[in-house]
Design a protein around this ligand. Structure first.
Ligand code: KG4
Ligand code: ZN
Length: 360
């Protein structure tokens, strides 16, 4: 079964064709990052306009690669219908509806966060190690960690395609926390990759002197916990304020060589340790076979190392996506659709849902 997947929930216009939910036959991602860079974050109107301008070319190129590869016929079209920016989601959904109707194939609506958790299962046709990647069903029950610029959530996956949120961020997502710190320190947008690079250099030096930033603990009883246990939630607002205060207090020292890397590495460590702590707690609570991680922040080298040690300790299999599938892409949408075909019924009447919940 060949599925065309379309993704336009934020600042990537992406499409892909995936065979039987796993094999990526063609994948094209157009990133709008340079358009949003001057603003230090994603501007919804700019995102929407760029999606309109690029969607045709991105889908066209995806189909061209697919046919060059041997092609065949498309059996379904899948599309992200939430969560995300409403004017951006609409562009992808309308395109997908038109293509599905034109081809006379089913349309499958996909949840963007659930799709991030499918990325470790994607393989490329030329992958020598493809046979080492397990099938989703072999990894259940699993703990999912979706960690990106828009989301940070711990998700129970008792069987493939079933999702319950166990914990989440109460304010900023981890990626957002990286982006805001980079903006404050004048390091550019997006912040994650530059923070990762600077911190890696600092941490590889023999002498390290880390600043003790708060580790993302939410206050017990905060109303935003919405019934979720505090020990499985994070809050990065205190960390952000601590960084701001530090910058205000140490402004002059920050100009000295070596100080920015120390701040950046310490800030990253606070986020990584907060995420690791909640992950460890969730893994201790019930027996699981694997830890499945997806989303742009899963590119972070320090987070990858800490999660790998943690999975080893907890004796669970760690599943991380290849770097090219960590950020937003169409392959994760097309891939998950193969396993979520039960969602196809009323899809032609589907509307975008910017606040779509996991497991809805
Ligand atoms: O998954 P993604 O492309 O989009 C969303 O669904 O949000 O994630 C983008 C986020 C940005 O906040 C970016 O700063 C962060 O992922 N990111 C990283 C790294 N690379 C990207 N964060 C930490 N370390 C990285 N190496
Ligand atoms: Zn995403």
């Amino acid at each position: 079964m060949n599925v065309l997947g379309i993704e336009t929930s934020c600042d990537e216009t992406a499409a892909a064709v995936v065979k039987d939910g796993r094999e990526v036959l063609s994948s094209v991602v157009y990133t709008q990052i340079p358009l949003h860079q001057p603003y230090g974050g994603v501007v919804p109107e700019i995102a929407s306009r760029a999606h309109i301008e690029k969607i045709g070319a991105v889908v066209g190129e995806t189909m061209r690669h697919f046919h060059e590869f041997g092609g065949g016929k498309l059996d379904a079209v899948a599309v992200t219908y939430g969560p995300g920016l409403s004017p951006a989601l609409i562009v992808g959904l309308n395109a997908a509806k038109g293509i599905a109707k034109g081809l006379g194939v089913p349309l499958i609506g996909i949840n963007h966060i659930e799709a991030h958790l499918h990325t470790p299962f994607l393989v490329d046709p030329d992958d020598a190690s493809a046979s080492d990647v397990p099938a989703p069903a072999e990894c259940m029950p699993a703990l999912g960690l979706a960690i990106s610029g828009g989301h940070t959530a711990w998700i129970d996956m008792p069987a493939y395609g079933r999702y319950t949120v166990l914990g989440q961020t109460l304010d900023d997502a981890a990626g957002e926390a990286f982006d805001k710190a980079a903006k404050l320190l004048g390091l550019g947008y997006p912040g994650g990759p530059v923070v990762d690079r600077i911190a890696k250099e600092y941490l590889s030096a023999p002498k390290k002197d880390m600043i003790a930033f708060p580790k993302g603990r939410p206050r017990e009883g905060v109303s935003a916990l919405a019934g979720l246990p505090a020990e499985l939630c994070v809050s990065f607002s205190g960390l952000k304020t601590a960084l701001l205060r530090y910058v205000q207090r140490e402004g002059e020292a920050l100009a000295s060589e070596g100080e920015i890397p120390r701040v950046v590495a310490s800030y990253q460590e606070a986020i990584v340790q907060a995420v690791a702590d909640r992950t460890r707690t969730a893994l201790r609570r019930s027996r699981r076979n694997s830890l499945i991680v997806g989303g742009g922040v899963s590119l972070n080298s320090r987070l990858r190392k800490v999660l790998s040690d943690l999975a080893h300790e907890a004796d669970v299999r760690l599943l991380l996506a290849k770097p090219r599938y960590c950020g937003d892409n169409g392959a994760m949408i097309a891939g998950l659709a193969f396993f979520r075909r039960n969602h196809e019924e009323d899809a032609m009447r589907l509307d975008v849902n910017p606040c779509l919940e996991v497991g809805e």
